[in-house]
Design a protein around this ligand. Structure first.
Ligand code: HSE
Length: 313
């Protein structure tokens, strides 16, 4: 029987421009790593967290990953317990699905230790609850792509109805993280709960256009559809030089560009890795010029979700 499993779970780009709370995709880098070790004593202990500057709670009930493990053990009615080591590569409050990656890494690892007692579809509601603990809202557009990989549509959150969309082979993402923190809860609180009908019409045209573009591998249609008429203008006020970054990405040839999740990270999609690298360089040049520390990533869409990187008997 396996004693411990170490899992990598990917960063995710939620919303994808036009699909607030309904679209998300996973990338290959960066991501969080969790080592989960089985023990006879019941309960969940978080024995070590690295990469969070001491900011995450170590109490399992208060920590997204610990909470997910507790819920998992309760769901399968196990009397055993686990110890968790969490290695955060994703900054907190980055808009790259940091809490989702941690919860998914732990859930995937613990489920492997318990010989896949639950399916990914059964793990998802636990991950959504863990996301709610992290940011006060039970949206699935980070946890679902982190868990399933690929590009997903969340047609309905409760109960979750997840549709895995096809990803054209040449689609690549440039992702830039300016080193500031935006709490998802704050970025949600500044949104207007009322949407004018004319904006809603444009938005659902784009969401349908994006799905059609993914199915038909029509990169131009994907680009035309990556426009948000409801969320972006409000949240852009929180992100330094957002409009310059976006303009630089589009001028460098990106299909489209918008805020990743609740920000401050900004993503762009392009039709080739080479183009995505050029776009990433252009986006980074804006922040470098302004003296804002940042990290930049170029990746295809991650088709697999979490992966086991080590295991011990
Ligand atoms: N859909 C969520 C939001 C994602 O934009 O608030 C948070 O990462």
């Amino acid at each position: 029987m396996l004693k411990s499993v170490t899992v990598f779970a990917p960063a995710t780009v939620a919303n994808v421009g036009c699909g607030f709370d309904i679209f998300g995709f996973a990338v290959n880098v960066p991501g969080d790593i969790a080592k989960v070790t089985l023990r006879e004593a019941p309960g969940v202990d978080i024995v070590r967290i690295t990469g969070d500057d001491g900011r995450l709670p170590k109490s399992a009930e208060k920590n997204t990953a610990g909470f997910a493990a507790l819920r998992y053990l309760k769901t399968i009615k196990s009397n055993q317990g686990v110890e968790i080591e969490l290695h955060k590569n994703l900054p907190l409050g980055s808009g790259m699905g940091s809490s989702a990656a941690s919860a998914v890494a732990v859930l995937f690892a613990i489920n492997h230790l318990f010989e896949h007692a639950l399916s990914k579809h059964e793990l998802l509601p636990i991950a959504i609850e863990a996301e709610k603990l992290a940011c006060g809202s039970a949206h699935a557009d980070n946890v679902a792509p982190a868990l399933f990989g690929g590009f997903v549509l969340i047609r309905e959150n409760n109960p979750p109805d997840i549709i895995e969309l096809p990803v054209p082979a040449e689609l690549h993402c440039s992702l830039i993280h300016p080193e500031i923190v935006i709490r998802t809860e704050d970025a949600r609180n500044i949104l207007d709960p009322m949407v004018p009908l004319k904006d809603a019409v444009k938005q659902w045209g784009n969401t349908a256009g994006l799905v059609a573009g993914l199915y038909s591998q029509d990169y131009e249609l994907i680009g035309r559809s990556l426009q948000d008429h409801i969320i972006e203008s409000r949240r852009a006020t929180l992100i330094p030089h957002f409009h310059e970054i976006k303009q630089a990405a589009l001028q460098a040839g990106a299909l489209g560009c918008s805020i990743s999740g609740s920000g401050p990270s900004v993503f762009a999609l392009s039709q080739s890795r080479t183009k995505a690298q050029i776009v990433a360089d252009a986006m980074q040049a804006v922040l470098n010029r302004e003296g804002i520390d940042n990290q930049v990533y170029v990746s295809g869409v991650n088709q697999n979700g979490p992966k086991i990187i080590d295991q011990e008997e």
